[in-house]
Design a protein around this ligand. Structure first.
Ligand SMILES: [Fe+2]
Length: 228
């Protein structure tokens, strides 16, 4: 099963622009995040298409977003930006297994590696290794992950496997150090173990929650080479 698509365009100038624009906020957030010693990814910036005035940092606005080639290409492909996130994961940490929330579930994330991604990987486990669902449905026990209840088994003790990679049946992995479309509607985790750097990624989410294949086909159709 295909879980990622490495973009043919790697958007180096966008990555540079974002790194420059967000340098101060990234450093500040990493400092505070490291002090808290949190194991997990932190969402630093959100800009929602429904509330364009809602911006968590004045350093980043819709104007900045509009400067990015990747944003222009996403719009040309017929998609609208739902929101963007700046994710940081501390060096040498493994994040928990999860399914992306926000669109129940959200099918894809389009990611740009800003810094510290060289030793970072995204892992997927066998999609049916655990059951996902909502609290109270089918008598399943629930786990709060990404702020919403999801289940991964029939016993509360099973929930520890989300953080215990030795139980995971890993079927796929990819380096996070590239512009990439990720399939986020099945169990996955970010593995920053062995990475001496804090991983910083810019993630773009789309309105109408398009599927993985649809996103790839529209953003980088097979005739891409001849059209560019
Ligand atoms: Fe995710």
């Amino acid at each position: 099963m295909k879980n990622y698509h490495v973009l043919k365009k790697q958007y180096q100038s966008d990555i540079e622009l974002l790194n420059n624009k967000l340098d101060e906020v990234i450093k500040k957030r990493i400092y505070h995040f490291a002090k808290s010693n949190s194991e997990y990814t932190s969402n630093l910036i959100s800009i929602y298409h429904r509330s364009p005035e809602y911006i968590t940092t004045p350093l980043f606005t819709w104007d900045t977003l509009n400067e990015l080639e990747i944003i222009r290409n996403i719009r040309t492909a017929g998609f609208e930006i739902h929101h963007v996130n700046l994710f940081i994961q501390l060096a040498d940490k493994l994040a928990e297994l999860h399914i992306d929330d926000g669109a129940d579930p959200r099918h894809v994330s389009i990611n740009l590696p800003l810094r510290g991604c060289k030793g970072s990987n995204v892992l997927w486990i066998r999609p049916d290794q655990f059951t996902s669902g909502v609290l109270g449905v089918n008598g399943l026990d629930a786990l709060i992950t990404n702020s919403k209840p999801r289940t991964i088994g029939s016993k509360p003790s099973d929930l520890s496997v989300l953080r215990d990679s030795t139980t995971w049946d890993i079927v796929d992995s990819v380096s996070a150090n590239q512009a990439i479309i990720l399939k986020t509607d099945t169990w996955h985790a970010v593995d920053n173990r062995g990475n001496l750097d804090h991983r910083c990624v810019f993630a773009i989410r789309l309105v109408k929650n398009p599927g993985f294949e649809e996103t790839i086909n529209k953003l980088e159709p097979t005739d891409y080479e001849t059209n560019s």
